[in-house]
Design a protein around this ligand. Structure first.
Ligand SMILES: C[S@@+](CC[C@H](N)C(=O)[O-])C[C@H]1O[C@@H](n2cnc3c(N)ncnc32)[C@H](O)[C@@H]1O
Length: 628
């Protein structure tokens, strides 16, 4: 462990180490891992660290510096490629039955259709799109009109996607009729039809850093956004909005929603995570629709009845209102105003400036003057007022509007006091509740995404385990074959052993036979090899010279200290060996084991085998005691 390393990857100071590690990866590999959610990212990095038995991020960084090729397993581990055909079948079926028809209606033939599978992994999602579009349009129109862009950051996954070859387990999600129609069997695999594959264009595209593909009718980005942190998600979604046509759709994964970008997309079907692109000015249009339309001005002179009706309406208004005429006299105060402002009937007709209402809750005279001057309404929002004195604090909005008569001349001013206390309280509560809801929703969403990513990690671990299992199984099978081979070798050895044993018995009996022949001879028999080393020493030789076979065997004959004058015999032995022919017998004097002089007849013959001359056989026959 390097000196600066903390004890564990979760220990204090680990975040600085992680930042260094991510910076290093960005500067050397150009890949920005900092866009990924930290918890998931750390889990994946730690997985690599465990595999390498590295304890801290600093050590792992050292390792990466020394072993640059480690980037690839790390990259593989971080980019989880879990995918399948028709993943979340209900969502795909909704897309096929509800969304694709809308897209096709919007874009009638022969207009081109552009789709994008972003984060396509090994291609299953892109080919699912091909199948659905072929079903919706027919194959000919598909070939002519449809382009499906399929991109991923992982080149290895893209290569698999380009090959379009899947095993039986991988195609389990494809409904049987579609499998038969769009795949060609190849051994125990299924290959997506090459003629339809041409409408898919695969390419490497990093969603965090690269520009999006544009003018799209459908953008499928499933189970990929959830790996990114909020900031990266926002940037990508803004690009997606830009990339889609006015009536385009965005199809996300089961655990993904658009928390922060409600204004860019609106749900087409929330349950299946399909969103429609919101046009840029949509929000403004909706706001305009909410604004009140200008009310037409009343026409003609009001009859007395109408006046009474107007007065009654004024009186009954839920909003406190007073009217001040051009001379500054209080002309009207409805019931709400009388209650709220403590006005009495006697106050009507008095100068406003003489009444408390002219300066409480707000200074009215300057406002009224401004309204007369500009002929524009004026208002004061959120005025705090304790009424009656000692009562509870109320929040009031005061609006002053110019009044004109039928000729358009200024007739006075109307002052409305809107009591906002309750609505402000309610909206504050609502806001708090909304915030709580939003937080809860965000937490839920984060938990959901976390769950889904963990799920995918588990899935990928299961796949890894399955591979390990398969490897173990194959190692097991190999062991089993080796075992069988060993067993058969064992049997062969046993047979050989039995045969050897039989030979040994045979040899023993031959030996015994030879011994009995040798024992039956009067002469001593000595066999030597080409180096004159003793190979055979018969009992009679032992009897004559007093040397046991085990003492003589393997020794040079000429070195033996016996009564036979071997030095005299040497020329004869060498001659026979050189000629390869039996020699004539010679007589020599010797001394037997008892020290008695004897005369011996020695005959040397060639010892020959199929390999040639192997040595010599000496027959030494005692003629008589020397001198007797
Ligand atoms: C879990 S797979 C989802 C595959 C497919 N969309 C699905 O839902 O079945 C996530 C894919 O996102 C890709 N990915 C991760 N980071 C990426 C990035 N920055 N840019 C592009 N693709 C990325 C991974 O390589 C992986 O293939």
């Amino acid at each position: 462990m390097s000196p600066a390393s903390p004890a564990s990857p979760t220990g204090e100071g680990a975040s600085a180490e992680v930042a260094r590690l991510l910076d290093y990866l960005k500067s050397t590999r150009g890949f920005d891992f900092s866009a990924y959610k930290l918890t998931g990212l750390l889990r994946r990095i730690q997985k690599r660290m465990r595999a390498l038995e590295v304890e801290s991020y600093n050590d792992y960084l050292d390792y990466l510096e020394v072993h640059p090729q480690e980037f690839w397993p790390l990259f593989d581990t971080v980019l989880i490629n879990v995918t399948s055909f028709f993943r979340d079948p209900a969502a795909w079926s909704y897309l096929a039955s509800q969304i694709l028809p809308r897209i096709l209606e919007e874009k009638p033939a022969p207009k081109p259709l552009r789709l994008w599978s972003a984060g396509c992994a090994s291609g299953e999602e892109a080919y699912t799109l091909v199948m659905l579009m072929a079903e919706a349009l027919g194959e000919e129109a598909l070939r002519q009109r449809v382009k499906i862009y399929a991109t991923d950051a992982d080149e290895r996954a893209l290569n698999m996607a380009r090959q379009a070859s899947y095993d039986a387990k991988q195609v389990t999600g494809v409904p049987e009729p579609l499998l038969a129609k769009y795949f060609e069997p190849a051994g125990n695999r299924f290959v997506f039809r090459p003629d339809l594959r041409r409408c898919v264009i695969f390419g490497r595209l990093d969603l965090v850093q690269d520009a999006a593909i544009s003018r799209l009718d459908l953008l499928v980005c499933r189970n990929t956004m959830m790996y990114f942190n909020g900031e990266a998600q926002q940037r990508i979604l803004a690009r997606f909005h830009f990339a889609l046509n006015r009536n385009g759709y965005l199809f996300l994964g089961r655990a993904e929603t658009l928390l922060t970008h409600g204004e860019l997309f609106r749900p087409a079907d929330l349950r299946h995570r399909i969103f429609a692109r919101a046009p840029g000015n949509d929000v403004r249009e909706r706001l305009l629709a909410l604004l009140p339309a200008g009310a037409p001005a009343p026409e003609g002179e009001g009859s007395q009845r109408q006046n009474r009706l107007l007065e009654a309406a004024f009186e009954a208004s839920a909003v406190a209102q007073i009217a001040v005429d051009r001379r500054g006299l209080l002309a009207h105060a409805n019931e709400q105003a009388r209650l709220l402002l403590g006005l009495k009937s006697a106050d009507l007709g008095r100068l406003l400036q003489d009444l408390e209402v002219s300066y409480r809750p707000v200074e009215l005279r300057s406002l009224i003057e401004a309204v007369h001057r500009t002929r524009e309404p004026a208002e004061l929002d959120d005025v705090e007022w304790r009424s009656p004195p000692g009562g509870e604090v109320r929040r009031i909005k005061v609006r002053v509007e110019p009044l004109t008569d039928s000729t358009g001349a200024g007739a006075g001013a109307m002052i409305s006091y809107l009591d906002l206390t309750e609505s402000r309280q309610l909206s504050a509560e609502l806001e708090r509740a909304n915030q709580r809801l939003e937080t809860a929703y965000e937490e839920l969403q984060a938990a959901n995404e976390e769950l889904e990513t963990t799920n995918e990690e588990l899935h990928s671990t299961v796949e890894e385990l399955e591979t390990t299992n398969e490897e173990l199984q194959s190692a097991n099978e190999e062991q089993e074959t080796m075992n069988e081979e060993l067993q058969s070798t064992n049997e062969e050895l046993r047979t050989m052993n039995e045969r050897l044993q039989a030979h040994s018995v045979e040899l023993d009996s031959l030996n015994a036979y030879l011994q009995s022949i040798l024992g039956g001879l009067r002469a001593a028999v000595i066999a030597v090899d080409r180096n004159l080393q003793v190979q055979l020493w018969s009992d009679r030789a032992k009897e004559l010279w007093g040397l046991r076979e085990e003492e003589a065997k393997g020794k040079p004959l000429l070195d033996l200290d016996i009564g036979l004058p071997v030095a005299q015999l040497e020329p004869l032995l060498r001659h026979v060996l050189a000629q390869g022919r039996n020699g004539r017998g010679i007589e020599v004097d010797g001394i037997n084991r008892r020290g008695r002089p004897i005369r011996c007849f020695v005959q040397v013959s060639v010892l020959r085998s199929e390999r040639g001359v192997e040595g010599m056989i000496m027959l030494v026959d005692e003629l008589s005691a020397a001198g007797s």
